[in-house]
Ligand binder design. Structure first.
Ligand SMILES: NC(=O)c1ccc[n+]([C@@H]2O[C@H](COP(=O)([O-])OP(=O)(O)OC[C@H]3O[C@@H](n4cnc5c(N)ncnc54)[C@H](OP(=O)(O)O)[C@@H]3O)[C@@H](O)[C@H]2O)c1
Length: 308
């Protein structure tokens, strides 16, 4: 048997329960992966709450959260050519990684598994898909080029930290990131100019402008207002937080590019890209991890570690 954290109906964190489930066997075109680290994201509790039920198909009862993880292939189904037993892989996309073992589609056409580059630890690899992948698509959408000036709202969150680093890698002339004061040193280390959000943000940013483009990883009225006031071209603004009012105000919502993680890894190459992992929980304590994530202020990512 193996472990999984499941839920039977949409609701609060109280719906989550740890369960013993059989170790799966791979079907044709599948591999079984044993996860070593699982990324925790805001989308997890949004899915649990039912916010995405129209867009993200989920089998209930017995639903499983988690849209990213790193692990090792332990069994290979018929017809799979891309992976062998022992390969380290990153799983991304469809929810279901809050478990120890999972059977995952692994055919050429499937975009749920990517080979894990050796230079990343399992924890680093587990948190790359959502943060770095979303950052990559955001920068593609606004067409950031070398020599340009970018503002990133929510720069100390998982996606924000990745956006800052990918923008610096792209050759941005300056990246200004909004964050709480206790994250300013972290942003400076990554090459950004930090600015505190809250009252007077528009004036503080206007002093540092003009900006060619903006990425909103925080949501709400301030990032929207500043994007509209400080970036002339609507096509060079993007928000990753779904909010019809933001889009109506002229800040387009993100569209992810295909093969996002592979493209992101290509861009990162061997650069010193790193997402701080600031909290770790055993898989069975997923609800505590999600509570901490919702509280925010971590300046990095949370991972779940499946018990042996
Ligand atoms: N569309 C997509 O595909 C997509 C993908 C990933 C995430 N998202 C969404 O994007 C949001 C961020 O995700 P994440 O994983 O980066 O979250 P996260 O790691 O929890 O970070 C959230 C950050 O927001 C900052 N923040 C809060 N209020 C702010 C404000 N008014 N101005 C500027 N920063 C503010 C906090 O900074 P301080 O701690 O410094 O205060 C915190 O670091 C979530 O809503 C998530 O659901 C969407």
């Amino acid at each position: 048997m193996s472990s999984a954290v499941l839920f039977d109906r949409y609701g609060t964190l109280d719906e989550l329960y740890a369960a013993d489930v059989p170790v799966p066997s791979p079907g044709p075109g599948e591999v079984v992966v044993r996860y070593t680290a699982i990324g925790v994201n805001p989308i997890d509790w949004k899915i649990l709450r039912g916010d995405l039920r129209a867009h993200v198909p989920l089998g209930l009862p017995g639903g499983c959260l988690g849209v990213e993880a790193a692990g090792v292939v332990v069994d290979v189904g018929s017809g799979v050519r891309r992976f062998r037993v022992g390969d380290p892989v990153i799983r991304h996309g469809r929810p279901g990684t809050y478990r120890t073992y999972e059977a995952v589609p692994a055919s050429q056409e499937s975009d749920e598994l990517t080979a894990q580059p050796g230079r990343f630890s399992a924890e680093q690899a587990a948190v790359l898909p959502v943060a770095a992948g979303t950052a990559y698509s955001s920068l593609r959408q606004i067409g950031l080029r070398a020599g340009e000036r970018l503002v990133v709202h929510g720069a100390s969150g998982g996606v924000g930290l990745a956006t800052v680093q990918l923008a610096v890698l792209t050759g941005a002339a300056e990246v200004v990131g909004t964050a709480s004061a206790h994250h300013h040193e972290l942003l400076r280390r990554l090459g950004a100019t930090p600015v505190e959000y809250g009252d007077g943000l528009l004036e503080r940013l206007a002093e540092l402008g003009p900006f060619d483009a903006s990425v909103d990883c925080a949501g709400g009225t301030q990032p929207t207002e500043t994007a509209v006031r400080l970036v002339d071209d609507p096509a060079r603004r993007v928000t990753i937080v779904a909010d019809p009012q933001t889009q109506a105000a002229g800040v387009p919502y993100l569209e992810h590019v295909p093969l996002e993680l592979a493209s992101t890894l290509d861009l990162i190459g061997h650069s010193p890209f790193e997402l701080p992992v600031t909290a770790r929980f055993p898989l069975s304590r997923a609800a505590e991890a999600l509570t901490l994530g919702r509280k925010g202020g971590l300046g990095g990512k949370i991972v779940l570690i499946p018990e042996a």
